[in-house]
Design a protein around this ligand. Structure first.
Ligand code: FMN
Length: 199
C-alpha cells in the first residue's frame, strides 16, 4: 500500500495580479540552491491540476472533462519531503511516492542532458493517458490532450512567477527514456517537463 502524503491547503488569493505574472513570466534555467517549501510545491501542483469545483472540475480546462493528464513530482530539494518521484492525486490534493531516490541525473540525460533538469529543486512531469480522450473523440482526442498540457503547464509557470519561483518548460527529450526513468505505466506517455526552483 503506497503511503499518501496530504499537501498543505492551496491559496486562492495572492499578492500579485494576473497581469503582473503574465508580464514577468520568462523561461528560467538556473535557480537558487534554496529548498522549495512544501507549501509552494502544493501550490504549483494545485495550479497544474487541482480541483476547483464541487463536481471535480480542475484548474485547467479539459475536453469533455475527461482529464487525461497525470502529474508527477520529481522531488529533489523540498523541505520535509524525501527525494524521489511522486504522483499527484488531484481528488485528495495529495501525493504518493512511486520511486525512492534521486533520478534527476537520469532524467536530465533523457532530456538531452539539459542541466536545468538535473540542477533544479524539482521537476514536474506531465504524462497523458490518451485513451481517456480518444475513447470519446477518436483521433481528435490526441489533439485535445496535447492542447490541455499547454493549459496546465502555463498555470504552473504563472503560479511560479507569483511565488518568486522560476520555471522552464522542456519538450526536448527522448520519450521512451523518460517513460523508463519515471517507470510510467503502459497507458501513460510523458509529454512535458517543467524544471522548477526559487529565483
Ligand atoms: C513546447 C515547448 C518546448 C520547449 N522545450 C524547451 C527545452 O527543451 N529546453 C529549454 O530550455 N526550453 C524549452 N522551451 C522554452 C523556450 O525555449 C522558451 O519559451 C522561448 O525561448 C521563449 O522564452 P520565454 O519562455 O522566456 O518567453 C520550450 C517551450 C515550449 C513551448
Amino acid at each position: 500500500m503506497l503511503k499518501e502524503i496530504k499537501l498543505p491547503v492551496p491559496d486562492v488569493s495572492g499578492d500579485t495580479t494576473i497581469e503582473e505574472n503574465i508580464a514577468k513570466r520568462r523561461s528560467i534555467r538556473s535557480y537558487s540552491n534554496t529548498s522549495l517549501s512544501l507549501k509552494d510545491v502544493s501550490q504549483l501542483l494545485w495550479a497544474a491540476q487541482g480541483i476547483t469545483s464541487n463536481i471535480g472540475f480542475r484548474t485547467a480546462p479539459s475536453a469533455g472533462a475527461l482529464y487525461p493528464l497525470e502529474v508527477y513530482l520529481v522531488a529533489g530539494k523540498i523541505d520535509g519531503l524525501d527525494v524521489g518521484v511522486y504522483k499527484y492525486l488531484p481528488d485528495n490534493h495529495s501525493i504518493v511516492q512511486t520511486i525512492e531516490g534521486n533520478i534527476n541525473d537520469e532524467l536530465s540525460i533523457a532530456a538531452l542532458s539539459q542541466p536545468q533538469v538535473r540542477d533544479c529543486a524539482e521537476n514536474i512531469v506531465f504524462a497523458a493517458d490518451y485513451s481517456r480522450a480518444t475513447a470519446k473523440y477518436g483521433k481528435r482526442g490526441i489533439r485535445y490532450t496535447n492542447i490541455e498540457i499547454g493549459h496546465a503547464a502555463q498555470n504552473v509557470c504563472l503560479q511560479g512567477v507569483a511565488l518568486g519561483i522560476g520555471t522552464c518548460t522542456v519538450g526536448a527529450f527522448d520519450d521512451e527514456k523518460v517513460r523508463q526513468v519515471l517507470r510510467l505505466p503502459e497507458n501513460e506517455s510523458a509529454l512535458y517537463i517543467l524544471t522548477i526552483g526559487y529565483l
